[in-house]
Design a protein. Structure first.
Length: 289
């Protein structure tokens, strides 16, 4: 084994054509992720960084580490944390949240206290999206009822365990809140001594997180969702897979429920039970009935 300093200076070994194809196949089969020629260097650097940590000398041996039995499943999970893009922000696509706000206001009258609104953030990354959903719900319900927080729940799912841990912590450095309205920041976060902001427990307890690969949606227990947000996730998948995932999500919507996708993430998709929302700034559908 080489000393750490030498490892750090050694450039990653070139991945062979056959090895690259094996990794491409594995990532697409297991996570839907399509890595093209442009991502070859990214893959090579990510694999070698992890291989260096484990002192694994070549790509084929590391491939075996990832695919071999229960221990392989743990290593697969570490690798996914490196390969998935987890870029996100609070209220990332403002028109989608404005639509949500209008939609919830429109449903206030028919809201039943016995049935809290069910939200789902699919591919929730480090939590900014599910917490933005929770804040929107709180803002809409706040003037209506004394116990607004009990009137909704958010399920946040992702394939990355590292991302889900961040959701659970609900702790964000100040730059992540820079674009958040100051009044919302003061209402829903507490400033920590080190400058970070923590989501208030009353909001955090409305958000539950779980690991879910969107390729396994058929096995997921979610149903009767009032709101599903699936943004900036489908872009990493092939077109046929995006449609399949959307078909599965459509089945999980309650009658009248709202599905919000990232603008441009799917073109020409339709579902017999859904109708598109007439707003050119968003890509969203409501379930008939
Ligand atoms: C770019 S982030 C988007 C976060 C958030 N939805 C937003 O719009 O800001 C994409 C997220 O999808 C997750 N992801 C990637 N492949 C996935 C899969 N097969 N199943 C579930 N989540 C996946 C990644 O781990 C990452 O957290």
């Amino acid at each position: 084994m080489q000393p750490t300093g030498v490892w750090a200076l050694t450039p990653p070994a070139e991945i062979s054509e056959a090895e690259f194809r094996d990794w491409q196949r594995l990532l697409e089969q297991r996570a839907g992720m399509v890595l093209g020629e442009q991502q070859r260097r990214f893959l090579q650097n990510s694999l070698s960084a992890r291989m260096r940590e484990l002192s694994v000398g070549d790509y084929a041996s590391y491939y075996r580490c990832v695919t071999d039995g229960p221990r392989g499943a743990v290593e697969w999970s570490h690798l996914l944390d490196r390969l998935t893009v987890q870029e996100t922000s609070f209220f990332r696509h403002p028109p989608s949240f404005e639509l949500l706000c209008r939609y919830l206001q429109g449903r206030l009258a028919e809201r039943s206290p016995a049935r809290p609104w069910a939200f789902w953030s699919v591919g929730c990354a480090s939590g900014e999206e599910p917490y933005s959903l929770a804040i929107t719900a709180m803002e809409v319900l706040r003037g209506e009822t004394a116990n607004a927080a009990e009137r909704f729940g958010v399920t946040a799912t992702d394939i990355s365990l590292n991302a889900l841990e961040k959701v659970r912590q609900g702790l964000y450095p100040p730059r992540r809140l820079e674009r958040l309205d100051e009044a919302l920041r003061d209402r829903y976060f507490s400033a920590q001594a080190d400058g970070h902001f923590r989501v208030l427990p009353s909001l955090a307890e409305r958000v539950c997180s779980a690991r879910l690969n969107v390729l396994d949606l058929a096995k997921a227990p979610m149903s009767g969702m009032d709101i599903i947000f699936c943004q900036n996730l489908l872009i990493y998948f092939r077109r046929w897979r995006r449609r399949e995932i959307l078909n599965r999500l459509a089945e999980r919507l309650a009658p009248g429920g709202l599905l919000v996708i990232g603008v441009g993430e799917v073109v020409g998709w339709q579902h017999p039970d859904l109708q598109p929302v007439a707003d050119p700034q968003v890509l969203a559908f409501t379930r008939k009935g």
